[in-house]
Ligand binder design. Structure first.
Ligand code: MLT
Length: 409
């Protein structure tokens, strides 16, 4: 008899974004004449920049010639990309990360989920609430939790509420976790963490032998120079943290697929007898066993964002989305909404009017303004009464959507 992984039965509903997609498709089918503006899932809308496209083409051409053809590449990524990442994203910012601590992958969503596999099922995980749903869902899938309670929390996860009262910055947990997911700039609230804030977490992790799983997928949206782009800017972090980065939002690779995870050789976790083991070889073992690397042209394309013209071009696109966010913040504020985020992040976090439930506001917005956003409650119980707008839209659509929202009854 084939047995299922019963942890999957604990998950209550479908994954958040497909569920939104399903509702929008239903609405579109019933209302074919409506022009729907999508600001739900954080999916980019602007094309890949010319430097990236040029390198992508060159990579494809190389595959067309026997002399330059490539089959399997190194599972961890080609040296040209790992070197460019180490130099530009870390060493040039004064952070001592070496290329061989970098694992190139096909996405941070996959990495943040798959990382659970190299840590024991007995680990207690701490996550923010609200949070990118992958952290909680994959914790459940990996068998580290009980069932969902009536308050929407899974038994066995340590939730760290982020709300208006604490400025959407979590307090240190009162119960000691083993693994802590942090995401800055934050998805969904758009908040950022200062150096002092991150130092607090690094010190806590060092004292308590925890590991911080740091998701920095949105670091290129940081506009304030005092805000760290990497957890490794904090002294001692290499011993207690690993970091996820992505080309998705930095350079429009949501469809192209390329990301990386940094696991410093100094990072250690423990066996049941308390002996310390480096984490990096475990991830390397997983990566080489279950993954055959990102395709060569995609890695060539990703490396092109580190060229002089590539840097300039991707910055322009990031600024375009940031300007969208600024327009949204200003317009929503004028319309009377209480708004957060959107300054160092591509997400605007909005309080629903009259404490409306998040999904009710989703339906109202879809039905009356034909605008799609993401219900805050989809990110966790503390997101109830909030709503997320993504700034990854065309400018004309942003302006149109803001106008429609202004005219909502
Ligand atoms: C989001 O909308 O939260 C993101 O696009 C999801 C993701 O990056 O997987």
């Amino acid at each position: 008899m084939a047995l299922i992984n019963e942890n999957y039965l604990k998950l209550q509903a479908g994954y958040l974004f497909p569920e939104i997609g399903r509702r929008v498709r239903e609405f579109a089918a019933a209302n074919p004449d409506k022009n729907i503006i999508r600001m739900g899932i954080g999916d980019v809308t602007q094309p890949l920049v010319p430097a990236v496209i040029k390198a992508f083409h060159e990579g494809v051409e190389e595959l067309a010639n026997a002399a330059t053809f490539k089959g399997y590449g190194p599972e961890q990524g080609y040296d040209f990309l790992r070197d460019a990442i180490a130099l530009n994203d870390y060493q040039n910012r004064g952070v001592d990360i070496s290329a061989d601590d970098i694992f190139v992958s096909d996405g941070s969503k996959c990495d943040t989920g798959n990382i659970q596999e190299i840590f024991g099922a007995g680990n207690k995980i701490a996550i923010c609430d609200p949070v990118y749903p992958v952290y909680a869902d994959t914790t459940v899938m990996s068998g580290k939790t009980g069932t969902m309670q009536s308050n929407g929390y899974f038994d066995g996860i340590i939730y760290m509420p982020c709300n208006e009262a604490n400025g959407f910055i979590p307090e240190l947990p009162t119960e000691r976790p083993d693994l802590i997911f942090l995401c800055y700039p934050n998805n969904p609230t758009g908040t950022v963490a200062s150096k002092e804030e991150l130092k607090k977490w690094v010190d806590y992790a060092r004292t308590n032998k925890c590991i911080i799983l740091y998701d920095a997928a949105y670091e290129s949206y940081i506009t304030d120079d005092s805000i760290p782009h990497s957890i490794f800017e904090i002294e001692g972090a290499k011993e207690v943290a690993l970091e996820f980065r992505s080309f998705s939002k930095t350079a429009g690779f949501t469809g192209t697929r390329c990301a990386f995870t940094v696991i410093p050789k100094e990072l250690k976790a423990y066996d049941s007898e308390g002996n310390a083991h480096p984490v990096k070889p475990l991830w390397n073992r997983r990566h080489t066993t279950k993954f055959n690397g990102v395709s060569y042209p995609v890695q060539k394309a990703a490396a092109a964002i580190y060229s002089e013209e590539g840097k300039k071009q991707v910055k322009e696109v990031v600024n375009y989305y940031l300007e969208n966010a600024r327009i949204m913040l200003e317009s929503l504020k004028k319309t009377g909404f209480t708004v957060f985020g959107g300054v160092n992040a591509p997400y605007v976090w909005v309080k629903t009017p009259n404490s409306m439930k998040s999904w009710d506001f989703f339906d109202k917005l879809l039905n009356e303004a034909n605008v799609v956003g993401t219900p805050g409650s989809g990110f966790g119980p503390s997101g109830e009464g909030y709503f997320r707008f993504s700034a990854f839209a065309d400018r004309a659509n942003v302006l149109d959507a803001m106008e429609r929202i202004k005219n909502l009854k």
